[in-house]
Design a protein around this ligand. Sequence first.
Ligand SMILES: NC(=O)c1ccc[n+]([C@@H]2O[C@H](COP(=O)([O-])OP(=O)(O)OC[C@H]3O[C@@H](n4cnc5c(N)ncnc54)[C@H](O)[C@@H]3O)[C@@H](O)[C@H]2O)c1
Length: 264
Amino acid sequence: MTTIGTPGPVSLDLGGRTALVTGAAGGIGRACALRLAAAGATVRAVDRDAAGLEALAADLPDGTGGSIEPRALDLTDLDAAERAAAGTDLLVNNAGLQLVRPIEEFPPEVFHQVLTVMLEAPFRLLRGALPHMYERGWGRIVNISSVHGLRASPFKSAYVAAKHGLEGLSKTAALEGAPHGVTSNCVNPGYVRTPLVERQIADQAAAHGIPGERVLADVLLADAAVKRLLEPEEVAEAVAYLCTPQASFVTGVSLTLDGGWTAH
Ligand SMILES: NC(=O)c1ccc[n+]([C@@H]2O[C@H](COP(=O)([O-])OP(=O)(O)OC[C@H]3O[C@@H](n4cnc5c(N)ncnc54)[C@H](O)[C@@H]3O)[C@@H](O)[C@H]2O)c1
């Protein structure tokens, strides 16, 4: 069979593109910002942690094709979030937070905050970004979901609810964006070596009534076939792939990086 007009080997050139990455001061967001800048993008790095953003910009290796523009912003300011997304070609919805607590003890104000940052802010960022993407006939939306966008775990009601909602938002954006050259996908990591997971170990120890040192093997990696944490840079490579020309037919999907967790 002859294929006509298919792109060549996987490579990513984002020269002339503007990307926005939320939660860029740490963990996965930081790795994504550096990866997209390495591909040549001008990266608007959004986080409420202004010092972390300055450190990110300072850590951009010399000779990198793209650049980092720190934008200190609390995403609970939804109007500001929408405005910040105007004029972007790529949007990585990544900022997140976690609280591990049984539903009957889960503080309602934290539930509200988690849903605001992890579901409503991505919606508002999409609203801000899509007009420019549609105008240019090209755009990439990558939503950092989680295995918890596909499966539930006890004690994570707000997080699981937000991630399941994000999956639906991502698929809707895929359907609406397709005629405009815009793809929308989720990336669904298992446990990644980031500050969010390090903080969770103490929380999980309390919730499950076990010592902290047993949490990694007995709770976090209990159902994973590959018994290690994922590295943020591995997530960033999956994000980069979804931004390549070769991935233009990949939309509305959830790319799971979970070491076999959901294979059970
Ligand atoms: N670490 C994991 O194991 C893992 C697994 C699956 C999915 N994820 C998802 O990946 C994303 C990033 O997680 P991470 O592990 O890198 O976390 P992290 O805590 O290292 O980084 C999250 C970033 O989001 C920022 N943030 C939080 N609330 C904000 C707000 N209101 N306004 C602006 N910025 C805000 C924080 O300041 C922080 O820099 C999250 O959506 C998380 O759910 C993480």
